[in-house]
Design a protein around this ligand. Structure first.
Ligand SMILES: Cc1ncc(COP(=O)(O)O)c(C=O)c1O
Length: 403
């Protein structure tokens, strides 16, 4: 008999529990770090931050060699050149290497709190001050958390977050600054089509993962009618051959569909009403507590198994993880097995931007290859976690040699 395979959400999806509050200390987040503007993605916030730091054509921006390919296009959009710097085997910033890459055109440095684990921000802040360059704190993986008694996002001249990684929303990013005013940034609505898409996509994603069955039943007919109307509209708006598809812009940004593209026309658009409302109503105490609990469950499941260990030796008290990154001895076999079983995985750091290869940073290449990250978000159910950890154990068993 084949084992029933649950479809596990890789990112939070709306559930009945999404808005239930739980007792406990509210975690601090980037929203406590300073002024905040809510946009549609983290990469749009990077573009806005670089522009406000005065990054322009001919400048250089220091970018970690271990990165998401979505972090680089905003640098290029400003006309600047990314200069990749090294990180250590534990994903910490290699400040000696950063120092060696500084030049007269260096304008800013981007620093990422990988998987939600903070970098040594006091040292990095002092480095940027000493060299007169801007600091962009990338909290895409660290919406919640503290470091040195301050919320993440408060160390940089500007910080960015990718709220859709932490909240059950279809889109969302934040630009934050504890040092500069952000209220003069003009943001406007992306229109009714986008507002509707943001709400419906979040609901449909939840239904696709077996959540909110009652709401699904109630919305079955309206959603069917919506699909029919949408298909009819699409066939009327079909792009004639030879026309540039970009001339008929999509309702929502590509950043919501796990692509790495940067679309400049989203830079002046506000996050949807739906996403902002979900963020306001969701319990951050529940999000933080469950993410930490799920992380620790996965960590516990791999302890002593051999062949794999957590990338970070321990989960500090103030860290709210994005995912649970595990370092595998034989990542290719593990990936093949886990992927075939249907376990949702992130291989952060792939693809790498040209120029950020193993010759630039061997540790980045090693981490991009050896780390497989499992979801630990707040909307995972106990049965899903148990199934995933069971699959992990199976994937780590030695291959049986054919006789
Ligand atoms: C470290 C890091 N920074 C920035 C981004 C960009 O965030 P977004 O996808 O919201 O544009 C990502 C996206 O995965 C990321 O992993």
């Amino acid at each position: 008999m084949t084992e029933q395979r649950p479809r596990i959400p890789i990112a939070p999806v709306l559930s009945r529990a999404s808005f239930v509050s739980v007792p406990g200390r509210r975690p601090r987040s980037v929203l406590d770090a300073g002024q905040v503007r809510k946009v549609t993605s983290g990469r749009v916030a990077i573009a806005l931050a670089l522009r406000r730091m005065g990054v322009k054509a001919g400048d250089q921006v220091l970018v970690p060699a271990y990165h998401s390919a979505s972090m680089v296009p905003p640098v290029r959009w400003c006309g600047a050149t990314p200069v990749f710097y090294r990180i250590g085997p534990d994903a910490s910033v290699d400040l000696a290497d950063v120092g060696a890459r500084l030049g007269p055109a260096t304008r800013a440095m981007m620093v990422t709190h990988y998987f939600g684990f903070p970098q040594d921000m006091a040292a990095i802040r002092a480095f940027c001050d000493a060299h007169g360059i801007g600091l962009l704190e990338d909290c895409a993986h660290g919406f919640f958390g503290e470091h040195g008694g301050r919320p993440l996002g408060s160390w940089g001249d500007y910080a960015i977050a990718s709220s859709m990684k932490f909240f059950p929303t279809y889109e969302g990013g934040c630009l934050v600054s504890s040092r500069h005013r952000l209220d003069e940034i003009a943001l406007r609505s992306a229109g009714l089509g986008f507002e509707a898409k943001a709400a419906l996509a979040a609901l449909e994603n939840s239904f696709a993962h077996g959540r909110l069955p009652l709401v699904r039943m109630l919305l079955r007919l309206p959603l069917r009618l919506k699909d029919l109307a949408w298909n009819a509209l699409k066939s009327r708006r079909a792009v004639p051959s030879g026309t540039d598809p970009a001339s008929t812009p999509a309702l929502a940004p590509a950043s919501s569909d796990s692509g790495f593209d940067f679309e400049p026309h989203w830079v002046d658009k506000r996050s949807s009403w739906f996403s902002r409302t979900v963020m306001a109503l969701a319990s951050s105490t529940r999000i933080a507590a469950l993410r930490r609990r799920h992380y620790l469950m996965i960590e516990e499941a791999v302890r002593g198994l051999g062949g794999c260990r957590p990338l970070f030796a321990r989960l500090p008290e103030d860290v709210v993880p994005w995912q649970c990154p595990l370092l595998f001895d034989d990542p290719d076999t593990a990936f093949e097995r886990l992927h075939a079983a249907g376990v949702p995985l992130v291989r952060f750091g792939l693809p790498r931007w040209p120029g950020a290869d193993a010759a630039t940073c061997a540790n980045s290449a090693m981490l991009a290859h050896h780390v497989l990250a499992l979801p630990c978000h707040q909307e995972l159910r106990a049965d899903e976690l148990a199934w995933m950890t069971g699959q992990l154990r199976t994937a780590l068993q030695p291959r049986v040699q054919a006789a």
